[in-house]
Ligand binder design. Structure first.
Ligand SMILES: C[S@@+](CC[C@H](N)C(=O)[O-])C[C@H]1O[C@@H](n2cnc3c(N)ncnc32)[C@H](O)[C@@H]1O
Length: 392
């Protein structure tokens, strides 16, 4: 899909003409652009929203590549280098590469950085395929014997056979040049193989050890007992998705991934624009959602640096100061006059203060309707796109 048209081929109209709509106060114009950046399920089906590497691993709280595509075309026309300080699963980076930009993304959560790195680097497809197939052949030959060294988490959340298969696969990833790709496959399989109900994969509470009534399938289901089939399915799916992305990414464009606290990271300078979606206060714990990955891959956590934890008065203050510090840091990395585009649901109206603290001037603000067909969250949902530039 190209910018300016929807998946259904509908032509979308630019809402704001260049030069029009520049407001001088934080209370700048506020537009609904439902027809422009709001897509229905039939216009933009899930398989298109999660095309190629966007679906290498589940990630709760990402925006869709078509939104990034439209925002880049509208606000950073002509290519260049794009920054995302809260890059999460790497949607901005992947779309930037597809749209012909170089990109830099940062995130405080190590698993997110691993995922972004795997999505955006270039591979020799023959080596990648032969390594994945070799790992699967070794898995096929595995006798399923109980593996030593299972942690408490692994013993609690996996049936013995699933645990043995995951730990066997983990033990072999380091034998390969593309070990990080195998780690992402392992994490994805570890998510699916948990002892949990089919309808609770996003918000697991405690291990489900016995058969249960499944709301999703409307019958009795059993918790998963093995991991092998997920490892196989996801290894092959990963291969296909990487090939697909290799076909559409623009030649010569690169992405870099920085791990750390975006308040303090040195992003470099001269970026032509930033497109980002900060965490929303009290909504998603970005470390906890991938707990199984941290446990199985032995990644260090940086929870204390993650912004958006809690929604108490004190937590909101920390949030405002923290996000403002990140955006100020981004401002210093942009070339003069370059835009910072922030996608946010600001129902607490924190962003006027955040932008001011960050030394930014709100230039445009518009609203989009978010299609939430997937997941269990009900109700209409809107988010705002704020376009800001360095205050004069
Ligand atoms: C809303 S998500 C971004 C999702 C992203 N747009 C995508 O499509 O995948 C916000 C991200 O900010 C990250 N984050 C939170 N605090 C951070 C900090 N201090 N520095 C850098 N990243 C941080 C979280 O780990 C999370 O991945």
């Amino acid at each position: 899909m190209t910018v300016g048209s929807s998946a259904s081929g509908r032509r979308s109209n630019a809402i704001v003409e260049p030069g029009e709509a520049v407001a001088s106060t934080q209370d700048a114009l506020y537009r609904r652009i439902d027809l422009d950046l709001s897509w229905s399920e039939s216009e933009l089906p899930e398989r298109v929203r999660t095309k190629h590497v966007h679906r290498l691993h589940p990630y709760l709280g990402k925006f869709i590549p078509q939104l990034v595509e439209a925002l880049l075309a509208r606000h950073v026309p002509g290519g260049g280098r794009v920054l995302d300080p809260f890059a999460g699963s790497g949607t901005t980076l992947v779309q930037a590469l597809e749209s012909g930009y170089d990109a830099c993304g940062a995130d405080v959560a190590p698993f997110n950085c691993l995922l972004m790195h795997v999505k955006t680097r270039e591979y020799n497809p023959f080596v990648l395929e032969s390594e994945l197939r070799d790992a699967l052949a070794r898995l096929d030959a595995f006798d399923g014997k109980r593996a030593a060294g299972a942690s408490r988490f692994v013993r609690d959340w996996y049936a013995p056979q699933a645990a043995a298969e995951l730990l066997f696969f983990r033990a072999l990833v380091d034998d390969y040049e593309h070990a990080d790709v195998l780690r992402v496959v392992l994490a994805r399989a570890a998510r699916s193989a948990r002892r949990t109900t089919h309808f609770d994969l996003d918000f697991t509470r405690s291990p489900q050890r016995s058969p249960y009534w499944c709301h999703k399938h409307r019958r009795e289901c059993k918790p998963v007992g093995e991991a092998r089939r997920f490892l196989r399915r996801y290894a092959l799916d990963t291969l296909g998705r990487m090939r697909e992305f290799a076909r559409v990414r623009q030649r010569g464009r690169e992405a870099s991934v920085l791990h750390g606290d975006a308040r303090e990271l040195d992003f470099g300078s001269g970026f032509d624009g930033a497109v980002t979606s900060p965490p929303y206060p009290g909504l998603i714990d970005y470390h906890e959602q991938h707990r199984y990955a941290y446990e199985l891959l032995g990644l260090d956590e940086c929870r204390e640096l993650e912004l958006g934890k809690g929604s108490s008065k004190a937590a909101l203050r920390t949030y405002v100061e923290g996000v403002a510090a990140v955006l100020a840091n981004v401002r210093g990395s942009l070339r003069t006059g370059a835009p910072l585009v922030v996608v946010i649901n600001d129902r607490r109206e924190l962003y006027p203060e955040i932008l001011e603290r960050a030394g930014l001037r709100l230039e445009e603000r518009y609203r989009r309707h978010v299609n939430r067909r997937t997941g269990r969250r009900a109700g209409e949902y809107f988010e705002d796109v704020l376009v800001a530039r360095a205050a004069l």
